[in-house]
Design a binder for this molecule. Structure first.
Ligand code: LRH
Length: 491
């Protein structure tokens, strides 16, 4: 039979890509057809400099990628779109009202205060099951409400849903990403009572669209412009990038923890049902929805952002800083410093990361990392420590006997990080695939087109066969003790 291809638009917080996949029962070829930069755009708004995303630019680059995917394939049947979570565009009568804000923009502080004045943090957790992140959609909306920015809007679309709308003309809110807004109850329904209580417009986001749903063909106009005569359909994939990544982790969820490591390090386990407890609230563990109704029970660790912002600062300082080189030097450092708390909110905004890290040590009268290789080593050690801590907490809170840890995404290529995580946990680390998010994206589209069938386990088997992970054994002798501690939980 004629072969068929699907494309993924995968927008990360630092770069976007379009991938082309040839998938059929037992075969999976994945190729990158376009890659483009992404990052905050700083724009003066009359009062202050605000951080935005260049959505029109991203859409242009994604479309160019789709056109290229079309040229490279003989039968492009499907497209899926995923991106980072929580952010959204406001629309009126179908038109976007201004550039979407970046979740690292400072305006959310007021939003957090406004929301918590109405609903205590623990009550919010009991309703939506989400860890506290100051940029969760509900806080962003509360800040925009205060600034009068919602007055003109009649609808809002999360980023992948916006791209889907611009491609197909159809509006919906895909379920996995909807689960990151804070506006969805743990029962999976929009929490209208909460919206009313917070004086947020009810019905701003369109109806939930289940993961895997056909969103229709490309608009004729779009298809013509991209040279795609046969008008591929867009599938609502697990449009939260982390949900797509987790769907493609070659793991056995009964005994594995995972770290989806890109800009963020999302550390946790997969559950069949939400786990909402006081202990989970205190530990800041979130219940986000995954593909096929699974629950991503995880904590946000700061991730590679700390490294990329550090390298950016070194470049601003006039050093010819190259991350690979710095990591090689960092591997040779004998750490003479303690780890720092990567969760500290001061590390959220873009800026002078090494300076802020030094401040963290100085404030405690501790010896800070002195040289650039030491700084990079401190970051990687601290990330590994944070990963290990969250893996242990996930195991305890979920009462899982975690025996192995999967690292996927860009971080899976960071050998030092993988090894140090294995060492600190005393558990084996399975690294890769690096393109887990794009794989999860194309697999859901392929399933929607009946190119493959089966459940998540079947999809994970395809990934494991085609992209066998790289194994890191823990280097310390006390691994057994650590393992016992990880599995012990509350039992
Ligand atoms: C990772 C991610 C993460 C969210 C953050 C906003 O890209 O989607 O899961 O918490 O970005």
């Amino acid at each position: 039979s004629r072969s068929a291809q699907v494309a993924a638009i995968d927008l990360g917080a630092t770069s976007g890509r379009v991938m082309l996949a040839d998938i059929s029962q037992g075969r999976l070829e994945l190729e990158q057809v376009a890659r483009f930069d992404n990052g905050p755009v700083h724009i003066w708004n009359g009062n202050r400099t605000a951080l935005h995303w260049d959505l029109p630019g991203l859409f242009r680059d994604a479309c160019a990628g789709l056109a290229e995917a079309g040229r490279q394939s003989d039968n492009l049947v499907g497209i899926g779109v995923d991106s980072w979570a929580v952010d959204y565009a406001l629309l009126r009568e179908g038109r976007m009202l201004g550039l979407p804000h970046h979740y690292r923009d400072a305006r959310t502080t007021g939003g957090v205060e406004a929301v918590h004045a109405e609903l205590a943090p623990v009550d919010l957790y009991l309703r939506n099951g989400l860890q506290f992140l100051p940029f969760t959609t509900v806080y962003q909306l509360a800040a925009e409400k205060r600034d009068g920015l919602l007055d003109d809007a009649d609808s809002a679309l999360l980023i992948p849903d916006l791209i889907t709308y611009w491609l197909t003309g159809r509006r919906g809110t895909e379920r996995t990403n909807a689960s990151t807004t804070g506006l969805l109850g743990i029962n999976g329904e929009w929490d209208l009572a909460m919206m009313e209580r917070l004086s947020l417009p009810v019905g701003l986001f369109p109806d939930i669209v289940e993961t895997g749903t056909d969103q229709g063909p490309l608009l004729t106009d779009v298809a013509d412009r991209l040279g795609l005569v046969e008008r591929p359909h867009v599938t609502a994939v697990a449009s939260h990038d982390t949900a797509s990544a987790v769907a493609a982790i070659p793991m056995d969820p009964s005994s594995a923890a995972y770290i989806s490591c890109g800009t963020w390090g999302l550390v946790g386990v997969e559950l069949e049902a939400p786990e909402v407890s006081r202990a989970g609230w205190k530990a800041d563990f979130t219940n986000e929805v995954g593909a096929d109704g699974r629950i991503r029970y995880l904590h946000n660790v700061m991730g590679l952002w700390l490294l990329s912002e550090t390298v950016r600062q070194y470049q601003r300082d006039g050093y010819r800083a190259d991350l690979a080189e710095l990591l090689a030097q960092a591997a040779e450092v004998t750490p003479g410093f303690e780890v720092f708390d990567t969760d500290d909110a001061r590390f959220l905004p873009p800026g002078d990361m090494p300076g802020r890290i030094r401040d963290w040590y100085d404030e405690r009268g501790m010896r800070p990392p002195m040289t650039r290789p030491e700084m990079v080593r401190a970051i990687v050690e601290s990330l590994a420590a944070a990963f290990a801590h969250s893996v242990r907490t996930a195991a305890e809170l979920s009462r899982k006997d975690v025996r192995t840890v999967h690292i996927v995404g860009g971080g899976s290529q960071n050998r030092l990080l993988c090894q140090l995580t294995a060492d600190r946990l005393g558990l084996p680390v399975q690294a890769g695939p690096v393109e887990a998010t794009a794989l999860g994206n194309v697999l859901i589209t392929a399933r929607a087109h009946d190119l493959i069938d089966g459940d998540l386990e079947a999809m994970r088997t395809i990934v494991a066969d085609r992209f066998p992970p790289q194994h890191y054994a823990p280097r310390r002798s006390h691994s057994v003790r650590h393992h016992a501690a990880v599995g012990a939980g509350k039992a």
